[in-house]
Design a protein around this ligand. Structure first.
Ligand SMILES: Nc1nc2c(c(=O)[nH]1)N[C@H]1C(S)=C(S)[C@@H](COP(=O)(O)OP(=O)(O)OC[C@H]3O[C@@H](n4cnc5c(=O)[nH]c(N)nc54)[C@H](O)[C@@H]3O)O[C@H]1N2
Ligand SMILES: Nc1nc2c(c(=O)[nH]1)N[C@H]1C(S)=C(S)[C@@H](COP(=O)(O)OP(=O)(O)OC[C@H]3O[C@@H](n4cnc5c(=O)[nH]c(N)nc54)[C@H](O)[C@@H]3O)O[C@H]1N2
Ligand code: SF4
Ligand SMILES: [Mo]
Length: 722
């Protein structure tokens, strides 16, 4: 058989870098960047180049597994496993009702372009609201709470490629390959940054760490963590006091500007600067730079979202954009209205707050204040339950208690806040099913582990990133190799269970054929029904492409429906009081340091350390801190120490890093193993790292609506062990 070169794209992360696979006899010989791609220009990273190793990796679950009475695992045919799981689900449904059946759709469920729609259809068919994803422990204020509280602009925001400024708060795309439009694009981020800088774009970065991005920024506000809301309030007060805001836009499109000014005026740069560990001048210069630029937005990443006051902070980020009018106006061409998304008219007008998205959702059983979250998507609002309190929903007695969990491409035992509680919760389940490429810490607790296809073994389309691009870009990939043995896709798990349970699954695009299993392409066609470019055309084209779609020009406001963006939603005054009080909060005492989150370059949450090249380059998740903190405590670089919070303690390998603000410890999540003392994971900290979620109380600081716990900016102390 001759060699074949097949264009595909990497799904190790959501940047979807185009690649060319060299295949012979169904064997993947090479995987290289696609140099011809118009958006990425041959960009890939080391993680993606490791995909090839994943195919036959010794840790790969090659055959589905069933837990035996003695706790060991044995091979089981996927079809048999699904038969048994379906029977158990029927029993649980009959005994406890639909809410008892939950699914958690983790990061790798997002990479399968059909997974979520079919999972949601399964939940709808059994009437179970217990649909969870990683989004609600990621950035729920940004994608759900913020837009519901303030409302949103129907004409879209400014993109990176036509902006003069970007204010980037706790988001490090150069490592994470993640940002929302307006931030450094996830696609070939180094190039995008270089081009932006060449255009004269001003980049302002707010981060306690001198990150890869901060080093290349024009201004770096190296803040103490936890004071972002105060810094933003202060910038807003400067802009309003100096009247640098967009007065014409505000007069027409925002509500309660004067009230916002009154509420933020006490956050003077002088008052905020000291607590935030920066100078008043830095706040003033950043505020002026941002407001005086014509175009460009403020964006945030996980850093501040995981710290204190995320709802407030997100509201202030949206507010600074709103008062500076950073939106596309009537007559402007939308840079990318989407390729796969159906055409919708765009108007230069606001939709006001949508209180019912906040108020009407199903209550969690933990607290009336924490409830179903409505996540905004190009396909309309979508409901999900908040993952932050999922462990409690498994442990709390009473009606609605979760008894069965289907976990798809996620690793709750390492990722959820409060690791010990999560461990108890997973152990309490009557049924735990994982769909995972390896025997992850969570999979080891499962009753069944279903063996999935690897991304290169399946077709997909770039649905997730469709409107994140700044041009109408899209790629369809065929499966480049056929999966060996008995492997199943994430969406097939829900379809197969649905069929066995006699369910009729419905998606937005209509009913799913439950008699004959649809092909992936048929499913994707249904999901993308009405797209601007027909899926068939996208599939027929090799590689990624910028499509020549008709321009979408933002239309003038419809005076009958235009509403205003709400600058002072209910609860704002109290939230600002709390952020103001924090300025005086002491960081000394028993827990004088602040632990913050970060991403590691060579791994993706808990995926990757097992791969040889990444493992070689990776250093697990050291506790990075300024050399001064080590010297003061007589701790050597590389020494194993103990990290202690009010909630728990973990071992960690200390690492000197002068890019970290003194007083701060920066450590990545999703490392280590089971907290069960019998597992002996603590003794292997140098090899497998340790889990910061053991330091976190999932109910402490639980944010209104989403329950988002504090997963960063955790008060800690560190101790020498010897
Ligand atoms: N290589 C790699 N890429 C990844 C991942 C990975 O594990 N590895 N994970 C993926 C996932 S799940 C996500 S959600 C995205 C996240 O993408 P990002 O949000 O860009 O994640 P980070 O790179 O951790 O950047 C967060 C930044 O916030 C800073 N920070 C922490 N606390 C604070 C604070 O209180 N205030 C401010 N201003 N900054 C703070 C940190 O120092 C860090 O630089 O990345 C994705 N991409
Ligand atoms: N303290 C603290 N906690 C955090 C965070 C933090 O910053 N600080 N970040 C939070 C964020 S943003 C997120 S998104 C979550 C992440 O939460 P999760 O999504 O639960 O965690 P991951 O480690 O990404 O889990 C991915 C799993 O998918 C498996 N996998 C890999 N490839 C495939 C595949 O192709 N198919 C399938 N089916 N499985 C595959 C991996 O083996 C792994 O077990 O963690 C959150 N937790
Ligand atoms: S940035 Fe790296 S991991 Fe992400 S899609 Fe591109 S090559 Fe894959
Ligand atoms: Mo995430």
């Amino acid at each position: 058989m001759p060699q074949e070169h097949i264009k595909t794209y990497c799904r190790f992360c959501h940047a979807y870098c185009p690649m060319v696979a060299t295949v012979r006899d169904n064997t993947l010989l090479a995987l290289e960047p696609d140099p011809d791609n118009p958006v990425y220009g041959g960009y890939t990273c080391i993680k993606g180049r490791q995909l090839i190793e994943q195919v036959d990796h010794p840790t790969r679950v090659q055959q589905s597994q069933k837990k035996q009475p003695d706790g060991s695992f044995a091979d089981i045919a996927s079809a048999d496993a699904l038969d048994e799981i379906a029977v158990k689900l029927q029993d649980i449904l009959a005994k406890y009702g639909p809410r008892a059946i939950a699914s958690y759709n983790g990061t790798y469920s997002f990479q399968n372009s059909a997974a979520h729609d079919v999972a949601r259809a399964f939940h709808a068919a059994i009437d179970s609201p217990s649909y969870y994803t990683s989004v609600t422990i990621d950035q729920p204020a940004k994608v759900a709470i913020g837009p519901a509280r303030m409302g949103f602009w129907n004409g879209g925001g400014h993109m990176w490629n036509d902006s003069d400024v970007a204010l980037i708060i706790g988001n490090n795309t150069l490592v994470s390959h993640y940002s929302i439009p307006g931030g450094v694009p996830s696609f070939s981020p180094h190039n995008a940054l270089r081009e932006g800088r060449k255009r004269g774009m001003q980049v302002i970065c707010v981060d306690p760490r001198r990150t890869e991005l901060a080093r290349r920024a024009d201004q770096h506000l190296q803040v103490n963590p936890g004071h972002d809301a105060a810094v933003l309030a202060s910038m807003i007060s400067v802009i309003l006091r100096e009247e640098l805001h967009d007065k014409a836009f505000c007069a027409e499109h925002v509500a309660h500007l004067d009230e916002l000014q009154a509420l933020t005026s006490r956050f003077t740069p002088q008052r905020v600067a000291e607590a935030a560990g920066i100078t008043a001048g830095q706040i003033v210069v950043a505020a002026r730079t941002f407001a005086n630029a014509g175009r460009g937005t403020a964006v945030s990443g996980t850093g501040p979202e995981m710290g204190p006051h995320p709802n407030l902070l997100q509201h202030l980020i949206q507010s600074i954009n709103a008062i500076c009018g950073r939106f596309c106006r009537a007559g402007e061409k939308m840079p990318n209205p989407g390729v796969l998304t159906p055409p919708v008219p765009r108007h230069a007008q606001a939709t006001g707050p949508v209180r019912e998205w906040l108020e009407d959702g199903i209550r969690s059983r933990v607290s009336d204040d924490i409830r179903e979250t409505v996540v905004l998507s190009p396909y309309g609002p979508k409901k999900e339950m908040p993952t932050a309190i999922m462990a409690d929903e498994m442990l709390m007695e009473g009606e609605g208690r979760i008894r069965a969990l289907i976990c798809v491409g996620g690793n709750p035992l390492l990722a959820f806040p409060d690791q010990e509680k999560t461990h108890r919760a997973l152990a309490s389940l009557e049924l735990l099913v994982c769909v995972d490429l390896k025997m992850s810490a969570t999979a080891q607790m499962a009753d069944y582990v279903l063996a999935p296809k690897l991304c290169l073994e399946r077709e997909d389309v770039t649905l997730l990133t469709d409107i994140w691009h700044d041009q109408p870009y899209c790629q369809y990939t065929p499966a480049v190799i056929e999966a060996q043995g008995d492997k199943i896709e994430e969406w097939e798990v829900f379809w197969e269970l649905g069929r066995r349970m006699g369910l009729d699954l419905q998606m937005a695009g209509g009913p799913i054929d439950m008699q004959h299993k649809p092909t992936k392409y048929e499913l994707l066609s249904q999901i993308t029904q009405g797209s601007r470019v027909p899926l068939a055309e996208i599939r027929a084209r090799e590689g990624g492409h910028i499509y020549d779609v008709p321009d979408v020009i933002v239309q003038p406001a419809d005076p009958g429906t235009a509403q205003r963006l709400e600058l002072t939603p209910e609860g704002l005054a109290g939230e600002l009081d709390a952020a103001f009080a924090d300025l005086d909060a002491s960081v000394s005492g028993d827990f004088p340091l602040r632990l913050i989150s970060r991403r590691m370059k060579n791994t993706y949450n808990s995926t990757g350390p097992e791969l040889s090249l990444l493992g070689e380059k990776g250093t697990t998740n050291p506790a990075f801190m300024h050399p001064r903190e080590l010297a003061e405590r007589d701790i050597a670089d590389g020494e194993v120490i103990e990290v202690v919070s009010q909630h728990g303690r973990i071992p960690a390998v200390a690492a000197a890093a002068d890019d970290i603000k003194p007083g701060v410890v920066s450590m990545s999540h999703c490392w280590g193993g089971s907290p069960d003392p019998g597992a002996g994971t603590d003794g292997r900290v140098r090899e497998i790292g340790s889990n910061t979620n053991r330091l976190i109380d999932n109910l402490a600081g639980g944010e209104k609506y989403s329950g988002m716990p504090r997963q960063s900016c955790i008060p800690i102390t560190i101790r020498k062990l010897s």
